[in-house]
Design a protein around this ligand. Structure first.
Ligand SMILES: [Zn+2]
Length: 94
């Protein structure tokens, strides 16, 4: 089981959290093509290595935050609040 550090509550078991998918996904403007909209809505990267994700502390403070996790080892490399810049990590995908 992962131990995740909520930026508001501290270290907790993974069972208290829910993953909300990749973070830092930019919504395109309405003037883009159907292909761009389809890509935005349905296609996501599946990197081997560092992956930036949104997590909800569902059974804790109820707040969302971002997390950088290695998809191979599940090691958490960074936890940061919504609105903060994405940290630069070695071996990371964007
Ligand atoms: Zn929390």
């Amino acid at each position: 089981m992962l131990r995740i550090t909520c930026p508001y509550c501290g270290v907790r078991d993974q069972a208290e959290f829910r993953c909300g998918g990749p973070s830092h996904i930019a919504r395109p403007s309405f003037e883009v093509s159907d292909r761009v909209w389809t890509d935005y809505l349905f296609n996501r990267d599946n990197p081997k290595g560092i992956h930036y994700e949104r997590w909800l502390h569902e059974f804790g403070c109820g707040r969302w935050f971002n997390l950088a996790r290695d998809t191979v080892t599940h090691q958490v490399h960074a936890v940061y609040r919504m609105g903060e810049s994405k940290p630069t990590l070695d071996g990371g995908a964007s």
